[in-house]
Design a protein around this ligand. Sequence first.
Ligand code: DP6
Length: 317
Amino acid sequence: ESTGQTAIAHTNIALIKYWGKADSALNLPTTSSLSLTLNEYFTKTRVEEAAEDTLLINDLPQDSQRVHDFLNVLREEKGDFSPVKVISENKVPLSAGLASSASSFAALTAAVAKYNGWDLSLEELSRLARRGSGSATRSFFSGFAIWEKGSNDHDSFAHEFNVPDLPIALVVCKISGTVKKVSSSDGMRRAQTSPDYDQWVAESAKQLDEMKQALSQGDLDRVGQLAEANALAMHDLNLTATDRRFTYFNQNTMKVLEQVKVLREKGYLAYATMDAGPNVKIITNQEQAPAIKDFLVERFRKIQFDIATPGPGISYE
Ligand code: DP6
């Protein structure tokens, strides 16, 4: 008991996406990104003494090269430590298709740091977690976070973006994946071969500025518009990749997207964002979320829907 440490990190959804690497060894992104940490999905990770590095996720032994490599990156960066057993409880339902790598690598970084008695700022934890998974940089902070792309290993990390209390909510549509899986890293590599890629990078910087303004002004409609435009443009890159173009969307993705438009025509606040899978997350406010969920439940009997709200930053047990 006394030789272990536990950290809890919540997952985050990007409203302005990270979709491309300037340096894949250091995991430096081509754009800065902005996310919302969610209350409903998290990973709880315990690190304890062991004879060799081992990993258990939801009670199942896993042989993850990615985790082994990441533990060694931490050793190189912050000093050697003895082998550890990593015990992870993932409360990010795979069916939700939310990136569990964000909360997993954030929780792992925090647990290892605490276990070794390293006294690190959230920004330094974020910088270290980047080497495990880019989206993990943003899972240390409550509410909104911005991962500043930076230009090197030392200045690429996330920070909290403080805004007046916003009643934002997401309706998470758990569309099951029948589409062949393309990992984020592979998807990005391919997207970066799109002739439209540089244009997307330029546009993304403008959208981030506007997003910061919209959030500061509490203009949720503008927040939704910008997030949807940014996400659809990201998914266009996958379709226009010259190296094996692809899509994460399936028929249900398209049908839900159609209903998001219908909801808007009916006067609802509803905008869509999608990540490396077929699921749609609908950006709305907390007042309208239940009605939007009911509307969709009626039309899609086989899809499950969750309502997600802003969540906390990293914590320890
Ligand atoms: C579409 O963080 O999973 O969710 O750095 O290779 O681990 P790696 O990628 P990852 O990419 C997330 C991509 C995204 C958009 C986002 O979260 O910004």
